[in-house]
Design a binder for this molecule. Structure first.
Ligand SMILES: Nc1nc2c(c(=O)[nH]1)N[C@H]1C(S)=C(S)[C@@H](COP(=O)(O)O)O[C@H]1N2
Ligand SMILES: [Mo]
Length: 257
C-alpha cells in the first residue's frame, strides 16, 4: 500500500499548494498518466458529491462496456496483492474449496455461499475499465454473480442503508481492508461479485476468490478478497467510521466517475 499512500499524500500536498490546473500538468510530467481521462476523474471524484451525481445520472445508468478486443494485455494489480495470512494461505492451498461468503446484518435471512454455490447462480460478464487514483487504468472482462440477486435472497430489512464489505487482507499496522456502498447500488446491474478475470479464475493478486466490481466508481471501491457482507443502517462505528479503508485516510466515500 506504500505507493498508494504516497500518491495520496502527494496529491493532497499538491492540491493545497498548486491548485487543480497545475496538479494536472504535474501529473503529466510525473508520468502518472498521459491519458485524457485522468484529469477528469481527479476533478470529478473530488467535486461531485453523491447527491449531485445521483441528481444528474440515473441510479441505474450503466458504466461503459467495451468489446473483447479492447481488453488490456496486462491488468495491473494494486494495493494488497496477497492477504498473506495463514488462514488465507490455507484457502489458497485448498483452492478455496472451503471458502464461504456470508451476507448478514440487517437482513431477514442471513445466508452463506461456498464459491461453488456462487458459481452455480446466474452470472454476468462485463468488459469495463478500471480507474485507479494512482493514475492507471485497465480494461478487463469480469464474470461474477450480480450482488442484487444475493440481496433478493437475503431480503434486507427496511432500515438497511449500506452494505459493508469485509476483506481478508490487513495492512502492516493490522488494519483490515473494507469498503461500503449504498444499498441501492447493490442492485445496480453491473455491481457483481466477480470470480473470473478474462475468463480465468481470479488469481491472488486480483482478489481471489471473490472481489467486488462496482463500476462507475474508482478502483479503491472494488474490494478484493471479500469474505463477508454486512447490511447496516449507519457506517459510524465501523472501521474508522468513514466507510472504507482509504476513506478513513481521506479519500472520498462516493467515488463516482
Ligand atoms: N481487499 C483489498 N481490496 C482492494 C485493494 C486492497 O489493497 N485490498 N486495493 C484497491 C485498489 S486501490 C485498487 S486500484 C484495486 C486494484 O485491483 P487489482 O489489484 O485487481 O488491479 O483494488 C482495490 N481493492
Ligand atoms: Mo487504486
Amino acid at each position: 500500500m506504500g505507493s498508494h499512500r504516497r500518491a495520496m499524500e502527494r496529491r493532497q500536498f499538491l492540491k493545497g499548494t498548486l491548485g487543480a490546473a497545475s496538479l494536472v500538468a504535474l501529473a503529466g510530467c510525473d508520468n502518472l498518466t498521459q491519458s485524457s481521462w485522468f484529469p477528469s476523474i481527479l476533478n470529478r471524484a473530488e467535486k461531485l458529491t453523491e447527491r449531485v451525481q445521483r441528481a444528474v445520472t440515473p441510479t441505474n445508468a450503466l458504466a461503459k462496456e467495451y468489446g473483447e478486443a479492447d481488453i488490456s494485455k496486462v491488468f495491473p494489480s494494486n494495493g494488497n496483492t496477497d492477504p498473506g495470512t495463514e488462514a488465507y494461505a490455507e484457502h489458497v492451498a485448498k483452492n478455496f474449496s472451503e471458502w464461504a461468503m456470508e451476507v448478514g446484518g440487517l437482513v431477514q435471512t442471513p445466508m452463506s455461499w461456498s464459491l461453488a454455490a456462487l458459481k452455480e447462480l446466474p452470472s454476468r460478464a462485463q468488459v469495463t475499465r478500471h480507474d485507479c487514483v494512482e493514475g492507471w487504468s485497465a480494461i478487463g472482462k469480469w464474470t461474477g454473480v450480480p450482488l442484487g440477486d444475493l440481496m433478493h435472497m437475503v431480503q434486507p430489512l427496511p432500515n438497511a442503508k449500506f452494505a459493508v464489505f469485509y476483506c481478508a487482507d490487513v495492512d502492516d499496522d493490522g488494519v483490515a481492508y473494507y469498503e461500503s456502498m449504498a444499498l441501492v447500488d447493490c442492485y445496480h446491474p453491473q455491481t457483481i461479485l466477480a470470480y473470473d478475470l478474462n475468463g480465468n479464475p481470479l488469481d491472488v493478486p486480483h482478489g481471489a476468490p471473490l472481489r467486488l466490481r462496482f463500476e462507475r466508481q474508482l478502483g479503491y471501491k472494488h474490494a478484493k478478497y471479500v469474505m463477508r457482507i454486512e447490511l447496516v443502517e449507519t457506517l459510524a462505528g465501523i472501521g474508522g467510521g468513514k466507510g472504507g479503508y482509504w476513506e478513513d485516510q481521506g479519500y472520498e466515500w462516493y467515488a463516482g466517475i
